[in-house]
Design a protein around this ligand. Structure first.
Ligand code: AMP
Length: 465
């Protein structure tokens, strides 16, 4: 599926192209046509799946007939209301709306608590079609009569599960009572708990279109996890090079906690003859996508990434990830390892730590409610890969590599999804396709198996052989 197939306005297509998006993500493929039709939607999708564009683009498309450049506030009533639980999320959505509406005369603003109300009031008074808000602050504005919601034709409840957790239900009820009954409503939530279903019954029409995309970080049950303890932080670079070589990893994301660390590691690996590149927040979206393309083609074998950058790229289904640094938040660990081993395929998550990282590891183990096996790793200096010579993997280094069969078993990619749609979170049963044999003419030392070459399903795209 392509963005062209949605019939979006050329001014929206221009903004999409400038954002560097080449194809819709699974949630976008499913939601955009349905929302353009005006139907109510109940969507299970997490942040990082491209969910914001999935509702914003069709809303903008639907509001196009109202787009105008008049200076009169009366010509710009609030027509779309997007509610989010936190100031950060509201702000992020607002930035996305601004980006996608760049070439369209539809105005937007964001209101959230904890900051001065006056600039928000001024923005509301000047007239805006799209309002992004946290519930409490929106009600403050309603009370002060700085905003009218009587022309709202589309309501979005984003991260509805978190809104319930944060006790916003009474506020939501109050807000919805102020909206016209005839409207389109969209609800997004990470999960469909009984409470969310109840909320949907109250706020959506009787037959909303239910859309679910796979939760990236499900339990990651089929991911083998191991922590390698290295003697000091300076040994980590050699440890990564060792793991990549000894296990024949041809497509791996290495996570670092800092942008500087990502760039440095990529440079050092390049120096060692390992095709590596870094993606992080200081690189533009087109730059990140270019690196991703090279990663897909196999020109880059090791992509070093920070959490934020990797999230923006929506990469999934890799045979392995390596945590160069243990993340500060256990949720990030789950996010990282959830990029491998989905849909029945086995994946590996390897983490490096020094003794001082024990606290971070304990927090991760507490959240996972399980301990992660620890191995010690003393990588030896490996020969630098000759640039022009055929590259060969060095033999596993004795005891330092665990003899877990997972390391020699081929990665089994899931069957390519012709529609580019991910399986539903509730019933993710797509069977794993048989592993393709390793495609390579290059000889390996006897007894060493190269991990089969796989291309991850990126951005919901098809897998290429
Ligand atoms: P969201 O889930 O809405 O927070 O989006 C996560 C990230 O994905 C954001 O950084 C978006 O800019 C990016 N994104 C959204 N749609 C696409 C797409 N079709 N192609 C590439 N990146 C996208």
């Amino acid at each position: 599926m392509s963005f062209e197939s949605f019939g979006l306005h050329p001014d929206l297509m221009r903004a999409i192209a400038e954002a560097g998006y080449t194809s819709p993500t699974p949630i976008q493929s499913q939601a955009i046509p349905v929302v353009i039709e005006g139907k109510d939607v109940m969507g299970a999708a997490q942040t990082g799946t491209g969910k914001t564009a999935a509702f914003t683009l069709p809303i903008l498309q639907r509001l196009m007939p109202h787009a105008n450049s008049s200076a009169s506030p009366a010509r710009h009533p609030v027509r779309a209301l997007i509610l989010a639980p936190t100031r950060e999320l509201a702000d992020q959505i607002s930035q996305n709306v601004t980006q996608y509406a760049r070439y369209v005369p539809l105005r937007s603003t964001v209101v959230f608590g904890g900051v001065d109300m006056n600039p928000q009031t001024a923005a509301l008074r000047s007239g805006i079609e799209i309002l992004i808000a946290t519930p409490g602050r929106l009600l403050d504005h309603v009370q002060q009569k700085t905003v009218s919601l009587s022309s709202v034709s589309v309501l979005v409840l984003d991260e509805a599960d978190r809104m319930l957790d944060m006790g916003f239900l009474p506020d939501l009820q109050r807000i919805v009572n102020l909206l016209p009954k005839a409207r389109q409503s969209l609800l997004f939530s990470a999960t469909f708990s009984p409470e969310i279903r109840k909320l949907a019954k109250t706020f959506l029409d009787d037959h909303p279109v239910v859309i679910e995309v796979a939760a990236r970080n499900a339990a990651a049950e089929n991911v083998s996890q191991v922590v390698y303890v290295v003697d000091r932080a300076e040994s980590k670079r050699a440890a990564v090079a060792h793991l990549v070589r000894s296990q024949g990893l041809r497509q791996v994301i290495v996570f670092t906690n800092t942008k500087i660390g990502a760039s440095r590691l990529a440079r050092e690996l390049q120096r060692e003859g390992i095709p590596a590149d870094a993606i992080h927040g200081d690189k533009s979206q087109p730059e990140r996508l270019a690196t991703l393309e090279r990663f897909k083609k196999g020109e880059v074998e090791v992509m070093v990434a920070t959490d934020v950058a990797a999230r923006g790229l929506d990469i999934a289904e890799l045979p392995a990830v390596i945590n160069f640094d243990l993340p500060y938040s256990p949720e990030d660990y789950v996010h990282r390892i959830g990029r491998t081993g989905r849909a029945g395929a086995s994946g590996q998550a390897m983490s490096l730590m020094v003794a001082e990282d024990q606290r971070l590891l304990s927090e991760i183990e507490k959240m996972l409610r399980r301990s992660i096996p620890k191995e010690s790793l003393r990588p030896q200096r490996e020969p630098v890969r000759a640039k022009s010579a055929p590259q060969e993997k060095s033999a596993p280094q004795g005891k330092s590599v665990p003899q877990d069969p997972i390391f020699s078993q081929p990665y089994q990619p899931k069957a390519a999804d012709p529609a580019g749609l991910a399986p539903s979170a509730a019933g993710s049963t797509a069977s794993a396709a048989p592993a393709k044999p390793a495609v390579s003419g290059r000889a390996l030392p006897s007894g060493i198996r190269r991990a089969p070459r796989t291309v991850p399903a990126l951005l919901g795209g098809k897998q290429k052989a």
